[in-house]
Ligand binder design. Structure first.
Ligand code: F6R
Length: 604
């Protein structure tokens, strides 16, 4: 979603800002803009379109301070007029903003009544007018005073042409990170925009402001209380955000899965006691034993990964577990169980709906841990404890390696919960061995790339597809349908296989392929029955399996290695990533940046 970049220092700001915007493109956006101070004026350049279009519009400019933005439209259509930065009426103050100002309409009406003429339809423009109206000693005080009347979420940067040596930033619900350079400072909404310049960063907390100069920064709260921040070193290098010879990030990230899984497992498996060590949980064996129930909360694919996690916990620890979309949670006045362990699942750690679910849980005294990829992200910090996924930076909008590492992490959590209960050492050892084998097995599935590409090409013309699975295959089917929809734009629906005959079977014909997930479990015969029902109605069938199936049962069979049955969903998901990828590729889609979608969904 929207991206922010700011710079103050010794170099011309414009190239630094544009390069930063390029690095945030993966988040999804529809327009972009830059503001720099030159000869005492703020010069704004904007465009509805790509960052490269913006770059073509920008003149050479020696200004050494500036702010920039990529916008994902919420208030008003994508257009030059609605693109950020936004100025106040006198052109003194420029603002870039991520998030949503919830009382924007009310503030707009008040400002309009006072004679302010708005030039855009955005909520952000309100902020520029509010800051400019404040008669304060410092820009920071003006921003603080303006924010007192503002409700909603923001990560913002304010530039004032009369104080070109500083920028003021503020955060409430939308990330802001400062990058510390040598005589220069960087600002961004995502470390991806900074790591080319510095790995020393400071994450602002909600309710914090900072005044940033080329020499450093000082932070305070909205209530004007000084805060002190210790810089952290980000692990990721600039190369992690490069394609490194791959055609796109989704392909790169799928290929990285064996290594990402190995990283997630490193130092966490204990052969001696046939269990897992997850030190970040902060739960001793007594506390683990006291857990009566586990609930996974996440959005989109993270929710489906949570479903796989719930199955693992029920299977290995024999305690009730389920998953729920985090986006619904806080709105249904949930009963929060003090004996439950809630797991907030998120790659980005910034998904607003998941963050809000965590806040609701904490407010009601629930015990919540995070399963998060991005260290320092809002959800990771709000939870305070949990399991980091260690998938490495994920750039493609379609999540692959992070999801795989979610399920791998849940397998370790389930193992740990099981081993403090009745899971035997022998069964624990079997899971440890199964987890250790995963990187090599995923490698083997990835090696089937050309065959999966052939199958994808054969069915790429389909306008609709079913994804069918039973029990452990059901979340796999959901994730497969999700991947196909989001990057190929083919309508895909996942059904529990037994539900097919209760209605959706009416849709099956020669133009409606079904992808059927068939793990080598007790339900193979039932799944064969489902496949036969589809075939009998002329529906093409693609099977993803590690079971022994009769010859000629399906039109296409994609095999994955047989491992420990509880871990089957992890391996069965990988061919579905490749299937979606090659279908999208056959259709010429922009794989890393599917239409209408954003990498981190920081608005409701
Ligand atoms: C699908 C996908 C989305 C995300 C969802 C949650 O490929 O990427 O469905 O899984 O938006 O995002 P995070 O995990 O960042 O909370």
């Amino acid at each position: 979603m929207c991206g922010i970049v700011g710079y103050l220092g010794v170099r011309p700001a414009t190239p630094v800002l544009v390069e930063g915007l390029h690095r945030l493109e993966y988040r999804g956006y529809d327009s972009a803009g830059v503001a720099v101070v030159r000869d005492g004026d703020i010069v704004v350049t904007k465009t509805a379109g790509r960052v490269r279009d913006l770059r073509d519009k920008l003149a050479d400019n020696p200004a050494t301070v500036g702010i920039a933005h990529t916008r994902w439209a919420t208030h008003g259509e994508p257009s030059d007029r609605n693109a950020h930065p936004h100025l106040d009426a006198t052109g003194r103050v420029a603002v870039v903003h991520n998030g949503i100002i919830e009382n924007a309409e009310q503030l707009r009406a008040q400002l309009t009544a006072d004679g302010v003429v708005f030039v855009s339809e955005t909520d952000t423009e309100v902020l520029a007018h509010l800051v400019a109206r404040e008669d304060a000693a410092t820009l920071e005080d003006a921003v603080r005073a303006a924010l007192r009347g503002v409700e909603g979420t923001y990560g913002l940067v304010v530039l004032d042409r009369s104080r070109p040596g500083e920028l003021v930033v503020a955060r409430n619900g939308s990330p802001i990170v400062l990058g510390i350079g040598d005589g220069e400072m960087f600002i961004a909404s995502d470390v991806a925009a900074l790591v080319h310049h510095t790995q020393q960063v400071v994450f602002l907390d909600d309710g914090e402001l900072a005044t940033v100069t080329a020499e450093g920064f000082r932070t305070s709260t909205v209530e004007a209380r000084r805060t002190s921040k210790t810089p952290t070193t980000v692990e990721h290098a600039a190369d992690d955000y490069e394609l490194g010879g791959h055609t796109d990030f989704m392909r790169k990230e799928m290929a990285e899965q064996p290594e990402a899984i190995a990283r997630a497992l490193r130092g966490r498996l204990d052969e001696r006691f046939a269990t897992a060590h997850l030190g970040g949980l902060g739960l001793d064996p007594m506390a683990l034993r006291a857990v009566k129930r586990v609930k996974f909360l996440g959005c989109g694919s993270a929710y489906y990964a949570g479903q796989m996690g719930a199955a693992l916990v029920e299977e290995l620890a024999r305690i009730p577990a389920d998953a729920e979309p985090a986006s619904e949670f806080r709105y249904r006045n949930p009963v929060v169980d003090p004996d439950a362990l809630y797991v907030a699942v998120s790659q980005s750690g910034e998904t607003i709906d998941t963050l809000a679910a965590v806040q609701e849980l904490r407010r009601k005294g629930g015990r919540v841990i995070g399963a998060v990829n991005v260290v320092g992200s809002a959800i990771a910090r709000e939870c305070g404890s949990g399991v980091f996924l260690h998938a490495g930076p994920e750039v493609s909008v379609a999540s692959t390696k992070a999801l795989t590492n979610m399920t791998v992490s849940f397998a370790m959590l389930a193992l740990l919960l099981g081993r403090v209960r009745d899971l035997s050492a022998a069964a624990g050892a079997r899971i440890v061995t199964g987890l250790r084998a995963l990187p090599g097995q995923v490698e083997r599935v990835l090696a089937d790339d050309a065959e999966i590409a052939r199958i994808a090409k054969r069915y790429a013309h389909a306008r609709h597809m079913f994804f069918l699975g039973r029990v452990s295959g059901w979340p796999v089917a959901r994730e497969g349908a999700q991947k196909l929809k989001e990057i190929s734009y083919i309508h895909a629906e996942a059904y529990q296989a037994a539900e097919l005959k209760h209605g959706p079977l009416a849709l099956v014909d020669a133009d409606m392929p079904s992808v059927v997930i068939v793990p080598a479990d007790d339900l193979v015969a039932k799944n064969i029955g489902t496949i036969e029902q589809v075939k009998a109605r002329g529906g093409p069938v693609i099977v993803i399996t590690n079971a022994d199936l009769p010859d000629g049962l399906a039109d296409e069979v994609i095999r994955v290695p047989r491992g420990e049955p509880e871990l089957d969903p992890i391996l069965l998901t990988i061919p579905l990533q490749l299937l979606a990828y090659h279908t999208a590729s056959a259709l010429g889609r922009d794989i890393d940046k599917p239409r209408n979608l954003a990498k981190s969904v920081t608005v409701e």
